[in-house]
Write a protein that binds this ligand. Structure first.
Ligand SMILES: NC(=O)c1ccc[n+]([C@@H]2O[C@H](COP(=O)([O-])OP(=O)(O)OC[C@H]3O[C@@H](n4cnc5c(N)ncnc54)[C@H](O)[C@@H]3O)[C@@H](O)[C@H]2O)c1
Length: 275
């Protein structure tokens, strides 16, 4: 018996990285899974974003657990695409119980990060995209009256600045921290209003995670190479963590084991926020 037998999960940004890990682990514990992912490159993002082949790999891994999978190519920046995707999942799977609002970009390096387009893409994905997702799933979850759980992916940038040089005050990087701080307000309001329906809303706060978002040549060269000692340090002197380490926390927050946990931000950061 899995912790999520009979449940339906929606994961945004699940073509690869943390979202794929959450999707596959939810399937391993019994959930049918829908993934919404844009699977294409944005001009503002310097590192390679995910591809349709990545989404197909997530599908393969979910189906290996014998669960149903629905992959939707969609952009969380676009409210109509989000509404249509949620309607499609509800139609096909009969409703949504679990949500990972995980899709995100970090356009903090390269010439494109210096343009205002990087600000708009990042706020649109990392903040508006989370709002559009929560807004779209709420009526169906309330109406079905089966409770449910939502986990938003924040970041240590939710709580602290990371810009150690003027070049890092670029639109992409500033929007990342601003958007990740903003999702806390969404979480608190949704958690307050939905608690009486048995719907819990939490945020997971990862430190650096080994995905293409930071495990790329641009991040290493532009941000890590001349960083002062202690930048991104943590008290455990380890890292980056693996996507599965974040899934451990996300699945806890989505599970019955967290049945009285709502409106909280759970760091999985090796103590980064202590420093
Ligand atoms: N990697 C890290 O160090 C780190 C640390 C803290 C928080 N995060 C956050 O974790 C989440 C997952 O990131 P990841 O590390 O797996 O990176 P990733 O780049 O591997 O995965 C992000 C996924 O989101 C998708 N996506 C991006 N914009 C989208 C949009 N507008 N609509 C739909 N899908 C979109 C991408 O196509 C990709 O598949 C993000 O919210 C990110 O900000 C990452």
């Amino acid at each position: 018996m899995g912790r999520f037998d009979g449940k339906v999960a929606l994961v945004t940004g699940g073509a690869r990285g943390q979202g794929r890990s959450h999707a596959v682990r939810l399937a391993a514990e019994g959930a049918d899974v829908a993934v919404v992912d844009v699977v294409r490159q944005f001009d503002s993002v310097q590192y390679a974003m995910s591809t349709p082949e990545d989404l197909a790999e997530t599908e393969k891994l979910v189906r290996e657990h014998g669960r149903q999978f629905l992959g939707i190519v969609g952009d969380v920046r676009d409210v109509e695409q989000v509404d249509a995707a949620v309607a499609q999942v509800e139609e096909q799977f009969g409703g949504i119980d679990l949500v990972c609002a995980n899709a995100g970009i970090l356009p903090s390096t390269g010439p494109h990060a210096q343009r205002l387009e990087a600000w708009h893409d990042t706020v649109a994905t990392n903040l508006s995209g989370v709002f559009y997702t929560l807004r779209a799933v709420t009526p169906g979850m309330v109406e079905r009256d089966r409770g449910g759980a939502i986990v938003i992916t924040g970041s240590t940038s939710t709580f602290r600045g990371v810009a150690y040089k003027v070049e890092m005050l670029n639109p992409g990087h500033m929007a990342y921290g601003a958007a990740k701080a903003g999702v806390l307000a969404l979480m608190r309001n949704y958690a307050m209003a939905l608690g009486k329906y048995g719907i819990r809303v939490n945020t997971v706060i990862p430190a650096g995670v080994d995905t293409p978002m930071i495990s790329n040549e641009f991040f290493t060269k532009d941000l890590q190479a001349d960083a002062p000692p202690g930048w991104m340090a943590n008290v455990m002197e380890r890292g980056p963590v693996q996507p599965g380490d974040i899934s451990d926390a996300v699945l806890f927050l989505l599970s019955e084991q967290a049945k009285y946990v709502t409106g909280t931000a759970l760091p999985v950061d090796m103590g980064t926020l202590l420093i």
